[in-house]
Design a protein around this ligand. Sequence first.
Ligand code: ADP
Ligand code: MG
Length: 157
Amino acid sequence: MQRLHLHLPDEAATARLGADLAQVLAPGLAIYLHGDLGAGKTALTRALLHAAGYQGRVKSPTYTLAEPYEVSFAGRMVTVIHFDLYRMASPEEFLDAGFREHFNENSVCIVEWPEKGDPVLPPPDIHVNLSLAGDGRDVELRALSDKGHQCLARLKF
Ligand code: ADP
Ligand code: MG
């Protein structure tokens, strides 16, 4: 499954998709979330983290740009780093902060506003595009690597 289109009629549907994704994520994945402000990028990430067992509050790391969470996928502890690059002034800031080191085989990186890090961000495994559709949202999930492909192929609804 290289490409998947879904309609998410309400926030509960976004939360279900986050929970479904939490079931199929594997360490080493980089997931980039595209979409305007309010499209649901943080809502999707929050649902994913809660479904993976994180019990605290999840808000967008607008000022710190990155927030790590220790969660468990398939019984294995994994660090998920949630990035929000909206306020990043330049791609160099990403490099200077050492963020590239988070993109490794032991972590899952979820990035809001990846376009702000262009061209220094590593290529993603999965590209997610959220857009407003009536009162709900449309979402497109696209696998861009073998690893991303394997992950989306395991998605069950
Ligand atoms: P972003 O991170 O993309 O800027 P947020 O996740 O912070 O967006 O905000 C998304 C807003 O849209 C929240 O108010 C949330 O309740 C709402 N929302 C999320 N998913 C849906 C959906 N499928 N349908 C309608 N509203 C949604
Ligand atoms: Mg956000």
